[in-house]
Structures are given as C-alpha cells and as structure tokens.
Ligand binder design. Structure first.
Ligand code: FE2
Ligand code: FE2
Length: 190
C-alpha cells in the first residue's frame, strides 16, 4: 500500500470530493506541477510535495473565507490521516495565519501558488496556451494591474527569493512545469 502522503489517487479523490469547480481543481493541478518540478530538481519527495500542493486549496469551495480556509480544512486532513508536517505545509500558504515558512516545501508551495495561477491565466488568453509563453511576457503582464487582478503581485514577487532563484528563472520553471499538463489546465496546445 502506498503511504498516504505519497498516494496521488487518494489526494486527487479528496480534492474532487470537496472541489466541484473545474477552475479550482485546475488551480490545484497547476500548483502541483510547479511544486513537483522544484521537488524533482532538488531531489526531494516529488509525490509527497505534489500532494501537498494538490490539496492546498482543497477546502476553499466549502470554506471560501479567511476565517475558515485553510484552517478548517486542516481538521479534515488530520481526520483523513495526513501527518502534521503535511497539514502544516498547507497552513503556511495562508498569509493571514502568519506562520513562518520553515521548510523548503513550505517555501516552495508559497512561491508557486500565485505564480502558477498567473501563468495559467496568461495561457488562457493566448492562441497557443503556454506553448510559446516566455518569462518576459509574463513579467509584462504582471505589471498590468487589471490582468488577473486576483493574483497578489507582492506574493508573486516574494516567491523567487524563497526558492533561491531570480524572477526570470522562477517564471521559466513554472512555465516548463505546466506545459505537459496544458490540456488538463484547459489551455490550447500548439
Ligand atoms: Fe489558499
Ligand atoms: Fe492556491
């Protein structure tokens, strides 16, 4: 039997149980892909890191406010048997909880969350999705406040330092990570 933290089928089933919105499911897939890419490069546990990312917003649909998400979701994860380090990593993505991002996993999740959403949004308005998307174009769009206005720019700009790269490299990594799952993200493929 696969250890729960590394069991993607179980994580995916839990995401789908609580999240009916395709857009929110896709957000989970996008952040998962980005975090997995960083895990792979760092020689970390891709499967476990990926599941943390896949589930980081799993309760958002039922807990859409800051007084519930993600802290009430954490209780569900504990009930399902996820260990404290896994649950804590998810809690640290929420700025309003003011938790220190202590581990590489926690820093990577935060660094990828908003940027994966933003790269996804960039791809949705392009004829070939993210197939030819360049970091320069993403950076230009970041400066357009009206574009994907829900994405917190401060969080995006804080990301590179957390994962020890510059913004160009961070954006390039996220783009590369998302390309193989472009179709699952609802993006046109070249
Ligand atoms: Fe969240
Ligand atoms: Fe998120």
């Amino acid at each position: 039997m696969t250890d729960l933290v590394r069991d993607r089928a179980a994580a995916l089933a839990l995401l789908h149980e609580y999240t009916k919105s395709e857009a929110l499911r896709r957000h989970g897939y996008a952040v998962e892909a980005a975090v997995r890419e960083y895990a792979r490069r760092a020689g970390e546990d891709e499967a476990a890191w990926g599941n943390v990312a896949l589930l980081h917003d799993f309760d958002y649909e039922i807990h859409p406010t800051l007084d519930e998400h993600p802290q009430d979701g954490a209780a569900i994860l504990r009930e399902r048997g996820y260990p404290e380090w896994f649950v804590r990593a998810i809690l640290t993505h929420a700025n309003h909880l003011h938790l220190e991002r202590e581990t590489a996993l926690e820093r990577t999740l935060f660094a990828c969350d908003e940027l994966a959403g933003f790269v996804h949004a960039c791809g949705l308005v392009r004829p070939d999705g993210i197939a030819t998307l360049e970091p320069s174009s993403v950076k230009k769009k970041l400066k357009q406040k009206a574009f994907a206005a829900g994405v917190n720019r401060d969080d995006v700009y804080a990301g590179p330092e957390l994962v020890g790269v510059d913004l160009d490299e961070h954006v390039a990594t996220v783009i590369v990570a998302l390309r193989p799952i472009a179709a699952e993200l609802g993006l046109r493929t070249a």
